[in-house]
Design a protein around this ligand. Structure first.
Ligand code: CTP
Ligand code: MG
Length: 239
């Protein structure tokens, strides 16, 4: 049976949480800011770890992180820790190497930003179901809604970009552990600092599948995003 049709693969998650949050400009990294009563990372971790199809989670924290151990985490299944690197791609690769001690190359791994606390369980399920028989994997995304312009360095419009087929890439991004690890290692060895997992997998010759998610799965980047995330969390609770 081809490996991509194996029915025994497990689903794991890697949560990169080793960034400093420079654009947020807060006193602590943004994943440790409070949002509706708990930290951003606690929201994210509990949504991922509680998903019934996720077998275990690796959280990647910065070397010297003093905050993670102070979190009051409820007993959650299989939460492992790994240490981050200079860029997100280094952190993710470290997390995959930690995961590889427990998981098979054929297992699926969902990489999800710590800074996206509003991820819906239904979107995780949709991603997993859409990619069940896919040889490589794919990612949540949102079709672009606005008219797209390309400008020169001074800001003058030089083109209107055809919107058809354009997506914003979100997370989780879900790939076979072996495929993703090899792809990230290859990208880094060529000096390419990929900004998402799909970019590395694309460069390795695969065509990741886009799976439409929800627009409330925002990445907290700047202070105003915290306000928006709080609204989204409230709205999700009422739904
Ligand atoms: N991340 C990481 N290791 C890094 C850089 C980022 O694990 N070396 C994580 C962040 O903690 C975040 C996710 O990757 O959960 C997405 O990155 P981003 O939104 O860019 O977070 P920061 O790098 O922390 O923020 P900024 O770029 O504003 O400094
Ligand atoms: Mg960053």
């Amino acid at each position: 049976m081809p490996s991509h049709l194996s029915t025994h693969s497990r689903y794991w998650a890697v949560i990169p949480a080793a960034g400093v949050g420079s654009r947020m400009g807060a006193a602590v990294p943004k994943q440790y800011l409070m949002l509706s009563g708990k930290t951003v990372l606690e929201h994210t971790l509990s949504r991922i770890a509680r998903h019934p199809l996720i077998h275990g989670v690796v959280v990647v924290i910065a070397p010297g992180d003093e905050f993670f151990q102070r979190l009051n985490l409820p007993r959650q299944k299989n939460v492992l820790l790994s240490l981050g690197g200079a860029e997100r791609c280094h952190s993710v690769l470290n997390g995959l190497n930690t995961l590889a001690e427990h998981a098979a190359d054929d297992d699926w791994v969902l990489v999800h930003d710590a800074a996206r606390p509003c991820i819906r369980a239904e979107d995780i399920t949709r991603l997993i179901e859409a990619l069940r028989d896919h040889p490589a994997g794919g990612l949540l995304g949102l079709p672009v809604a606005d008219t797209m312009k390309r400008s020169d360095r001074e800001g003058n419009v030089i083109a209107t970009v055809e919107r058809e087929g354009l997506w914003r890439a979100l997370t989780p991004q879900m790939f076979r552990l072996g495929v993703l690890r090899d792809a990230l290692e290859a990208a880094l060895s060529q000096g390419v600092l990929v900004t998402d997992e799909a970019q590395a997998v694309e460069a390795a010759g695969h065509a990741p599948r886009m799976v439409e998610g929800h627009g409330d799965n925002i990445k907290i980047t700047r202070p105003q995003d915290l306000v928006l995330a709080q609204l989204y969390l409230q709205q999700q609770e009422c739904a």
